[in-house]
Design a protein around this ligand. Structure first.
Ligand code: NDP
Length: 247
């Protein structure tokens, strides 16, 4: 798949799925901005992996739930790498609780980080994409956004919201060479899922037809395809990468 030195911004790329996407895109010749919130050493490690294998990348600290910081993130990426042609909205958090016990702060944190961030980041890059008549936008939803999940009303609402947002973007920008798609990962082995109890994990495994948990690389290869030039005729889609969990 071709990637003539295109510039890709991946949010939440210091760890887990985002890190894997950043490394995969860099290996395919994209110039990558690795965004992170607080774990500088993890971001530096991802940066080192990319540079050691001859890729081009920068690491940029920014809280994507803050519109001003998103402005600075895009401004720095464009100053150091060039216009953002690929945006992967990946940053996300969980604050799980049953609805009965959910605190307003848990609701707000998840909506701001997982949904508002997609609005801020996407809005910040589309002008350049429209001008260039090329752009690729991908956002990370979740099986929870498709089928719901007990204990995750906040997370599922944000992840379902992403689908409506991205499909609307796909309709608004389809005529300008900009595609917008969603990936809905199933259970992927990362820090986010490492906090789940063994009981919960072993309850999930029998629901995965492929018979194993997902790896960040499973998501990275799907993302790499969706942002490629070859995926020009795919827009507004939700691609479940979940080992068959939600089929
Ligand atoms: P991790 O917890 O492993 O990593 C989260 C990443 O997001 C980190 O790089 C973190 O940065 C960054 N981040 C968190 N908050 C912010 C913020 N406010 N601003 C900027 N960066 C931020 O998560 P995963 O890799 O597991 O998940 C990645 C995405 O995939 C998320 O959107 C998640 O909801 C989604 N997903 C994950 C699934 C799974 O099973 N793991 C399943 C379905 C969807 P830092 O290191 O600095 O903290």
């Amino acid at each position: 798949m071709s990637s003539p030195g295109r510039v890709a911004l991946v949010t939440g790329a210091s760890r887990g799925i985002g890190r894997s996407i950043a490394i995969e895109l860099a290996a395919r010749g994209y110039r990558v901005a690795i965004n992170y919130q607080s774990r500088e050493s993890a971001a530096e490690e991802a940066l080192r992996i990319i540079r050691d294998s001859g890729g081009t990348a920068i690491a940029v600290r920014a809280d994507v739930s803050d519109q001003n910081q998103v402005g600075e993130l895009v401004e720095r990426t464009e100053r150091e790498l060039g216009r953002v042609e690929i945006l992967v909205n990946n940053a996300g958090i969980t604050r799980d609780n049953l609805l009965m016990r959910m605190k307003d702060s848990e609701w707000d944190d998840v909506i701001r980080t997982n949904l508002n961030s997609v609005y801020y980041c996407t809005q910040a890059v589309i002008r350049g994409m429209m001008k260039a008549r090329f752009g690729r936008i991908v956002a990370m939803s979740s099986v929870s956004g498709l089928i719901g999940n007990a204990g995750q009303v906040n997370y599922a609402a944000a992840k379902a919201g992403i689908i409506g947002l991205i499909r609307s973007v796909a309709r608004e920008l389809g005529g300008r060479g900009v595609t917008a798609n969603v990936i809905a990962p199933g259970y992927i082995d990362t820090d986010m899922t490492s906090v789940l109890s063994d009981d919960v994990k072993s309850g999930i495994l029998p629901r995965i037809p492929v018979g194993r948990y997902g790896r960040p690389e499973d998501i990275a290869s799907a993302a790499a395809f969706l942002v490629s030039d070859e995926a020009a005729y795919i827009t507004g889609q939700v691609l479940a990468v979940d080992g068959g969990m939600t089929m």
